[in-house]
Design a protein around this ligand. Structure first.
Ligand code: AMP
Ligand code: ZN
Length: 143
């Protein structure tokens, strides 16, 4: 499969690696939105947030939490964003699941370029649609 992150995990392509263990890898984004912008990936290929198995996601999330703290301390950042883009429309450009850790500094840039407004019936109808979909999967979450 042609995947740049698999190539980085297999050391076929180079990256500025900041952390590595048997299952996961973290490296600096080559097109960063801020200094220290980091990507955290499973070495195994999964397309996105919906297809990575729960146990690996849990470990990857815990690692992302740990690395976020380390990056924040190292760069004396004021905060950070943890982001996952899923699907072309959402801005995903590499289809190997990853978390972005983006260190943030006071007055650097606005993450939310726009907001929309609901009227009362709209917000209720969106909530209903989503709740109906959630209820179909309740069994899954409750084991
Ligand atoms: P996304 O657009 O959410 O799929 O994120 C993919 C990220 O990977 C982008 O921010 C790219 O700048 C970054 N990227 C693509 N190729 C490389 C590479 N070879 N090394 C490091 N980062 C990369
Ligand atoms: Zn891959």
């Amino acid at each position: 499969m042609d995947c740049i992150f698999c190539d980085i995990a297999e050391k076929i392509s180079e990256a500025e690696i900041i952390f590595e263990n048997e299952k996961f890898l973290a490296f600096l984004d080559i097109n960063p939105v801020n200094y220290g912008h980091t990507l955290v990936i499973p070495k195994k290929h999964y397309d996105n947030f919906l297809t990575i198995p729960a146990t690996e996601l849990e470990e990857l999330t815990r690692l992302t939490q740990y690395l976020s703290g380390a990056i924040k301390r190292a760069l004396k950042a004021d905060g950070f964003n943890v982001i996952s883009n899923n699907g072309i429309t959402a801005g995903q450009s590499v289809f190997h699941f990853h978390f972005h850790i983006i260190p943030r500094f006071e007055n650097d840039f606005h993450m939310r370029p726009r907001t929309i407004e609901y009227n009362t019936s709209e917000i209720e109808s969106y909530a209903e649609k989503i709740k109906e979909s959630i209820s179909k999967y309740e069994g899954l979450l409750n084991g």
